[in-house]
Design a protein around this ligand. Structure first.
Ligand code: G3P
Ligand code: CA
Length: 270
């Protein structure tokens, strides 16, 4: 038994700050989460990977060099794969300067630090398990941390958004989505990143909760088909107001954006 869904929520589209408010602060940092809260986001999306010594951190790329100064700090390393560095090594890195000097010295956060801040700021969390094929068992590691943070596990209790959940988990790897889903008998919604073929929606809808595709790949009929199969649709990464309007008109349940304040403006037009 994988549990029962939470109570139904209103029809207002969920506003999800992609990698934090990554249009305004360096992605996947605590600064980006704070920025998301300041800009009124209800929910934050971040990417979770695992270090060489088994710690869970926020990082999007497989390699550290785009969003940190790893190549400068460790010039003699052959590879900059996240999975080859310990947490202590990663803690030496600056994950802010690449974005702007204003954020110089911003560290790579652990999952636990992110959870602490989101709880303090009363934010919901869309947790993406990133590159899970590289990290066997990462879904179990994540569940262990989440069970130590039960605030996130209350269904339908997103602050200020009655009926919405505080936590959802998504992955492009649908096998990992399914194995993760089974770790939460009391129900944590799970999302399939990508486009599920229409003729497979009913089968996935038997256990999955969301289909989360790139916004440019779907139309209103597809959104309706996903919802008919009992799942929600959360589209990424929607940064242009025209695309936001179109996604909302198509009936999506959530919009994942780098510019959550722009999304609020579009929602307010309706
Ligand atoms: O939340 C969905 C979106 O984040 C997936 O793409 O590459 O930004 O992780 P990516
Ligand atoms: Ca992501």
């Amino acid at each position: 038994d994988v549990g029962v869904p939470g109570p139904p929520h209103s029809s207002e589209v969920l506003d999800i700050a992609h990698r934090g408010a990554s249009g305004y602060a360096p992605e996947n940092t605590l600064a980006a989460i704070e920025e998301a809260a300041q800009r009124g986001a209800s929910t934050v999306e971040t990417d979770v990977q695992r270090t060489a010594d088994g710690e869970l951190i926020f990082m999007h790329d497989a390699d550290l060099t785009r969003t940190t100064d790893a190549a400068d700090v460790y010039p003699d390393r052959d590879s900059y794969d996240v999975a080859d560095f310990t947490l202590d090594e990663i803690r030496e890195l600056d994950a802010g300067s690449w974005f702007s000097e204003e954020f110089a010295g911003e560290p790579v956060p652990t999952l636990q630090e992110g959870l602490d801040l989101m709880r303090e700021l009363k934010l919901g969390f869309l947790l993406e398990i990133k590159l899970s094929h590289r990290y066997p068992g990462i879904d179990e590691d994540i569940a262990e941390v989440l069970y130590d943070n039960p605030w996130f596990l209350s269904p339908g209790a997103l602050p200020g958004r009655p009926g919405y959940d505080r936590l959802a988990i998504q992955d492009f790897n649908w096998d990992t989505v399914q194995s993760s889903r089974e770790l939460y008998p009391d129900h944590v919604p799970h999302g399939l990143l990508g486009v599920v073929p229409e003729d497979e929606l009913q089968a996935y809808g038997a256990w999955a909760d969301q289909v989360n595709p790139n916004h440019s790949l779907i139309d209103a009929d597809y959104v309706a088909a996903v919802q008919d199969a009992g799942m929600e649709v959360h589209v990424y990464t929607v940064n242009d107001p025209t695309d936001m309007r179109r996604a909302i008109d198509r009936g999506v349940d959530g919009v994942i954006t780098d510019y959550v304040d722009v999304l609020h403006g579009v929602i307010a037009e309706n």
